[in-house]
Design a protein around this ligand. Structure first.
Ligand code: SRM
Ligand code: SF4
Length: 555
């Protein structure tokens, strides 16, 4: 390497020297220690596993000079969030047998387990594998779980978009056999197809994660403009059915690095169904070649798009794609997002019920046993489960005659249905944050109910009870619950304070702006009070909070 070669990050070296994601993971898993080496921690992410520790006991353990309480988080990639009843039953059993008793639905339609011990990682991977699921590629510098609007999966007579979701997930899964060898089979013999493992990702994989979502053209429940690559189905007057492709979105920011920012995706091109995989390959190659491998905080594709501009980025994609990109169609302004909660009749006369899951945490509590209710439904009915990008669950393909029985099970287990939900509660999102997330600066999921109650109280005070108000809360500016595009985004700054972002919108096509810094958790409703009062007084009929804030307060 010449002297002026850029210094690559440590993670780049670890990837390169890992023999396609193997490293010394097998030895690390086999030893008696409760944790793994730092290099293995990085490699494990590609296998969908995060090394964590229970942060609630960090301090007391430090005082008594005990080791950290090491635990692992495993994320299961579930393309489109589509789960069969037998898969759900397997996921349910894992929660008790190997994790902390909960199934955590994520904002990208995946499932996470928390509190897994090192000895449980291989059994967990084996169980997933035997039910045709995997955590491989759910994290790491690869294409992440493909998100798809549930309506495109269950309300589509041809099942074409389900096929696209699955084929993109397959096409961009790393070909490395490492996960099979180390976690599933336990057999460390070198793969017979070692050469093939270089396919597509090469030795260094991508500079960072890459996110794809397929949106409903009529609404934006998947937050398509927050993705590295978004696909919006449309009909081209000359080439027929296909997708408008938007690229370069991403919401993460870092307080320590002012060069980081949230960005909405730009339109790139229109492709047919047959062309979509080739086009995404060219985009990924462009990113693979041009992404910043010297600073992981500045390595997402949005920074490449931003620095080249959309024209420059287009030329780079064209040179790898081997042809000129077709111009994108004008993207219709979608209506507000659909949370898919409550009952929907499907095209074939069957039904779907969407059930709210507070912060995506499926578990049994004293007053509501959602986990048991879903398990009972999975045992008794031939339905499909769909995890949404709002951390909720849909029970789909229900014959009309079984609707009542399913509602009875939900009610008997104390599950609150759509009609029981408060207006803020219904759509509020929160990331896991403490005690598991190593990056959390403040609480999120655990204090969401208090924040919801505070905001519902503030709405009621102004005679706005029942008005929709979209709240998203995170424990740090990485933005895992997508607060950067929310009407109200509450973002952890210090242990007890949050930055308030206002004015995103229900169509997900506008970034929220910083309204107040370092607000104490308890003070959030009070700080919002004057803006809510103005919304009541000056808002026009039917105007959402985000639209009002942008039109009146921010201007
Ligand atoms: Fe995220 C890192 C949880 C969706 C931006 N995210 C993390 C980690 C793994 C923390 C870590 O690096 O140590 C969190 C695990 C905590 C825990 O204890 O479980 C975590 N992210 C989540 C989930 C579970 C939040 C949720 O409430 O559901 C979501 C899992 C998605 C999935 O199934 O794949 C999740 N994360 C998102 C999203 C939203 C999205 O993708 O639609 C974003 C913003 C969009 C984006 O990527 O720009 C997001 N997560 C981040 C970032 C910032 C990345 C960046 O560009 O700087 C990090 C930090 C990082 O990667 O270094 C991060
Ligand atoms: Fe952790 Fe921050 Fe993501 Fe919340 S937003 S899960 S605190 S990384």
């Amino acid at each position: 390497m010449s002297d002026d070669s850029p210094t690559l990050t440590v993670v780049e070296e670890i990837k390169q020297q890992s023999a396609h994601l193997r490293g010394d993971l097998a030895e690390q898993l086999a030893n008696d220690r409760p944790n793994v080496s730092a290099a293995s921690e990085h490699l494990m992410k590609f296998h969908g596993i995060y090394a964590q520790d229970n942060r609630d006991v960090r301090r007391e353990r430090a005082l008594t000079k005990e080791d950290l309480d090491y635990i692992f988080m495993i994320r299961v990639a579930i393309p489109g969030g589509h789960v069969t009843p037998s898969q759900w039953l397997a996921l349910d059993r894992i929660a008790d047998d190997l994790a902390d008793g909960s199934i955590r639905l994520t904002t990208r339609q995946a499932v996470q387990y928390h509190g897994v011990l090192k000895g449980g990682l291989q059994p967990l991977a084996k169980t997933l594998h035997s039910h045709l699921m995997t955590s491989f590629g759910a994290c790491g510098d690869v294409v992440r779980n493909i998100v798809t609007c549930p309506d495109l999966l269950t309300n589509d007579p041809g099942g074409r978009l389900f096929a696209v979701t699955e084929s993109l997930a397959r096409a961009f899964k790393s070909k490395s056999q490492a996960h099979w060898e180390i976690f599933v089979n336990g057999d460390r013999a070198a793969s017979a197809t070692f050469e093939d493992e270089h396919a597509f990702y090469g030795e260094n994989y991508l500079p960072r994660k890459f996110k794809i979502a397929i949106a409903n053209p009529d609404e934006n429940c998947v937050d398509v403009f927050a993705q590295d690559c978004g696909l919006i189905p449309d009909m081209h007057p000359e080439v027929g059915e296909g997708f408008n492709v938007v690229i370069g979105g991403g919401l993460g920011r870092s307080y320590a690095n002012p060069e980081t920012f949230a960005r909405l995706a730009d339109p790139l091109t229109f492709v047919t169904y047959e062309e979509v995989e080739g086009l995404i390959s060219a985009v990924l190659e462009t990113y693979r070649d041009l992404g910043d491998r010297t600073d992981r905080r500045h390595a997402r594709m949005k920074y490449v798009v931003d620095s080249l501009g959309i024209e420059g980025f287009t030329r780079e994609v064209e040179s790898r794609y081997g042809r000129t990109l077709r111009a994108p169609l004008a993207i219709a302004r979608t209506s507000e997002d659909n949370d898919h909660l409550g009952w929907t009749e499907l095209y074939d006369g069957r039904w779907q019920i969407g059930v709210r899951v507070g912060a995506g945490r499926v578990r049994d509590l004293a007053d509501s046993s959602l986990r048991t209710a879903l398990r009972t439904i999975a045992e008794q009915f031939d339905v499909i489960f769909l995890i949404t990008a709002q951390q909720d669950i849909l029970i789909s393909q229900i014959p009309a005659a079984e609707r009542e029985a399913i509602v009875t099970i939900l009610r008997e287990h104390g599950v609150r249905l759509t009609e029981d939900l408060g207006a803020v509660e219904r759509n509020a999102l929160a990331c896991p944050a403490l005690p598991t997330c190593g990056q959390a600066l403040a609480e999120s999921e655990r204090r969401l109910p208090e924040m919801v109650a505070g905001l519902e109280g503030a709405l009621a005070k102004h005679g706005l009870a029942g008005q929709r108000l979209q709240l998203r809360m995170t424990g740090c500016p990485n933005g895992c619950a997508r607060p950067a595009v929310a009407e109200i985004g509450i973002v952890g700054k210090t242990k007890s304070t949050y930055d308030l972002y206002l004015g995103g919108g229900l169509r997900g096509d506008r970034l929220a702006t910083l309204y107040r810094e370092k607000v104490r958790f308890e003070d959030v409703p009070e700080v919002l009070d004057p803006v809510l009062a103005r919304w009541k007084e000056e808002g026009v009929e039917g105007e959402s909070f985000g639209d009002f804030f942008t039109r009146v307060v921010q201007s």
